[in-house]
Design a protein around this ligand. Structure first.
Ligand code: ADP
Ligand code: MG
Length: 367
């Protein structure tokens, strides 16, 4: 089921009666979620992810704009009639019911022609329980399950009505690191197997990058960039997106373009053909540094952390806007911790320039 958001906007009135400062939680969001894909809605806390999800679900009414499921305008349809499955961060299971009863609950509320016989309900409950691999826990109560298992029950409950669209709001946040990893792979598998169009909300860029067919990066209610995770990582449209994606995060410097060359401090570190002279922010991905004896960029060496295949080189540079510069280099480069300084060449496609005012990307030709 294709989901189309057209100029979707949500404005909350100010709570403070004197100031009347309204919040534009979601601002003119236009995007089409392709049929059968998993879209990751990504951004810092408060950027409007949940509000977007609740408007798709029908739990919140947009202040403006429209929502289509396929060709059907669902903007004014109630949540029950949209055919959605919702999973929240806190699993919100009914504590007094068994797993089986929890999963069957949405089916018991079906009325009219959709009403199901008890046998059929149980059969369906077992089907989805198998899908999320909890079919052996059906007679337990939620309190007898681990966090990961409880979240699977919540997912099964969201799936049991065979929704047209699955909506997940930070579903992994309450799980510990290992379970989080496991459950996110599980969600990916279930999504692939069922082919249900899915929106996955998270503030965790790594999570979004690893699980999504497409990511939508948001800031203060405004969509910043949409694309395949790798594309967005490789080609951020502004400084915010560049900084939000990637671990370790991108290194940001104050720089200046003069005569087609990029300067960090006094050193010309890269040719940037086609860029007019100006001051810029410079983002360099950690993997964009290549140790080289006569490298153009010299930094004071702080530490060398060996991580097996790769080595993390920690240094400082006068033009850096972060306390340290982090570069990830191949372990084949032998860098001694005792050296005072380290020199790098830069990989041009890992270096991004941004306008100092607008923080929008300034493109240069990469040879
Ligand atoms: P996210 O899920 O990305 O953390 P939300 O969608 O929950 O962000 O919130 C977006 C903005 O809207 C925030 O500034 C938040 O304070 C505000 N907001 C959310 N819900 C309400 C509400 N019911 N009333 C007023 N403001 C709200
Ligand atoms: Mg939220």
């Amino acid at each position: 089921m294709k989901v189309e958001l057209q100029n979707l906007t949500k404005i909350f009135p100010g709570r403070n009666k004197k100031v009347h400062e309204e919040v534009i939680a979601v601002n003119n969001f236009t995007f089409t979620i392709p049929d059968g894909k998993l879209v990751g809605l990504l951004g810092p806390s408060g950027c409007g992810k949940s509000t977007t999800l609740y408007m798709i679900s029908g739990l919140q009414q947009p202040s403006g704009g429209k929502i289509f499921f396929g060709d059907e305008d669902v903007t004014d349809l109630s949540p029950e009639n949209r055919g959605i499955g919702l999973v929240f961060q806190n699993y919100a299971l009914y504590p007094h019911m068994t797993v089986k009863q929890n999963i069957m609950f949405p089916l018991q509320n079906l009325r009219g022609p959709d009403k199901m016989e008890k046998e059929a309900m149980i059969e369906r409950a077992y089907e989805v329980a198998k899908l999320v691999q909890i079919d052996e826990l059906m007679d337990r109560k939620p309190s007898e399950l681990s966090g990961g298992q409880q979240q699977r029950v919540a997912i099964a409950r969201a799936l049991v009505k065979m929704p047209r669209v699955l909506l997940l709001d930070e579903p992994l946040s309450n799980l510990d690191a290992r379970l989080r990893l496991q459950t996110r792979e599980e969600i990916r598998r279930i999504q692939r197997e069922t082919g249900i169009t899915t929106v996955f909300v998270t503030h965790d860029q790594e999570e979004a990058m690893s699980i999504s067919d497409l990511i939508v990066v948001m800031k203060l209610g405004v969509v910043q960039q949409v694309g395949k995770p790798q594309e967005v990582y490789d080609n951020p449209t502004n400084l915010f997106v560049a900084k939000f994606l990637g671990t370790p995060p991108i290194n940001v410097f104050d720089g200046e373009v003069k005569g087609g060359k990029l300067y960090l401090g006094d050193a010309a570190v890269l040719d940037v053909p086609g860029v007019d002279d100006c001051k810029v922010y410079v983002g360099i991905r950690p993997e964009g540094f290549v140790p080289a004896e006569n490298g153009a960029l010299e930094a004071s060496l702080n530490n060398v952390e060996v991580m097996g295949r790769d080595v993390s080189v920690v240094s400082t540079h006068v033009a850096s806007l972060n306390p340290v510069v982090r570069s990830i280099v191949d372990a084949d480069y032998k860098i001694s911790k005792d050296d005072e300084s380290v020199r790098f060449d830069l990989k041009p496609h890992k270096v991004f320039l941004f306008d100092k005012e607008t923080e929008e990307r300034i493109y240069f030709e990469v040879k």
